[in-house]
Design a protein around this ligand. Structure first.
Ligand SMILES: NC(=O)c1ccc[n+]([C@@H]2O[C@H](COP(=O)([O-])OP(=O)(O)OC[C@H]3O[C@@H](n4cnc5c(N)ncnc54)[C@H](OP(=O)(O)O)[C@@H]3O)[C@@H](O)[C@H]2O)c1
Length: 274
């Protein structure tokens, strides 16, 4: 019998963070060992189990990171970039615990600071915690690597009508995986949209098509097209709970049965290919 993985959560009151906390509380292999909220959060000092609508668990929402992580094997971050960057620097200075972050939208400077912290701390960054999306990315890399599939690549994505950005971060990640595998930079070869007299398709480009509507959680299709045949690699998210499940899988991979991982930058590719 192995001890449960003691996990601290940053941003436990947010949409993603609360789903991760609930998944931790429901899972026999994990315990919620700490929670960090904003100084002006109404949750400060509250028992986080009770705050989430369940029984008290004896874990209070803290402002101080040190306080929340001192009993933790791993930190899962579901806050926002400013908090993430500060926490990564602080954890690196403290010598751990390692960090798994699902936060997206880092600007250039913040991304550079995360890379710097990852030289001193194991950090897994996941723009999408879905294990299925991570497998999809591995398949895209494989297909794009094969000379026989040196075909036109088009990416189609569909999301619910409230989504504010396009193409989705996941579509960008999948396109970037294909471009990198072909030795290209996505920004140099992307056709972001098409309208009117576009002329023939640019050879070697990666095209995007975006749909928005209803309550679609997330659909991505990566099409490899030749003149005579076509391969489509596609993923459909059926429920948002996949993100919390993937976050726990990432935390488990990072703790590595208690042995941990060396300082460095990791991704969901490590989780699904290891
Ligand atoms: N990787 C994935 O699969 C995945 C899936 C979904 C979302 N995301 C990303 O995860 C992040 C969070 O998304 P969300 O939808 O959960 O957002 P959200 O509901 O706004 O949650 C953000 C959480 O962070 C807290 N927070 C913000 N700044 C903080 C600070 N300085 N100190 C402490 N806590 C702070 C917020 O507290 P308050 O409520 O007090 O403001 C809130 O609890 C975003 O970057 C989003 O893109 C990733």
């Amino acid at each position: 019998l192995t001890a449960p993985i003691r996990t601290a959560v940053l941003g436990p009151t947010g949409r993603l963070g609360s789903a991760i906390c609930r998944a931790l509380l429901d899972h026999p292999d994990f315990t919620l060992a700490g929670a960090v909220v904003r100084a002006d959060s109404p949750a400060v000092g509250e028992d986080i189990g009770a705050w989430l609508g369940g029984d008290p668990i004896g874990c209070r929402a803290e402002i101080a990171l040190e306080q929340a992580v001192h009993d933790a094997d791993i930190v899962i971050d579901a806050s926002l970039p400013t908090m993430t960057v500060a926490a990564a620097e602080r954890l690196a200075s403290l010598g751990g615990p390692a960090m798994v972050t699902g936060v997206t939208g880092f600007n250039r400077k913040q991304a550079a600071l995360m890379t710097a912290s990852a030289t001193r701390l194991p950090i897994l960054m996941a723009g999408n915690f879905s294990l299925g999306v991570a497998v999809t990315e591995a398949l895209v890399r494989e297909a794009a690597r094969l000379p026989a599939a040196d075909w036109d690549i088009e990416i189609h994505e569909t999301h619910h009508k409230r989504k504010a950005d396009a193409p989705s971060g996941t579509a960008l990640m999948l396109a970037r995986a294909a471009a990198e595998t072909r030795g290209e930079t996505l920004e140099d070869i992307a056709t972001w949209s098409r309208e009117g007299m576009t002329g023939p398709r640019q050879s070697g480009s990666i095209g995007f098509a975006v749909s928005r509507g209803g309550a679609v959680v997330g659909e991505h299709a990566i099409r490899f097209l030749s003149e005579l045949e076509e391969i489509t690699i596609s993923h459909r998210a059926l429920d948002r709970s996949i993100f919390a499940r993937g976050a726990l899988a990432a935390a488990r991979w990072m703790t590595n049965g208690g042995a941990g991982r060396p300082a460095g930058a990791y991704s969901m590719q490590n989780v699904v290919t290891d």
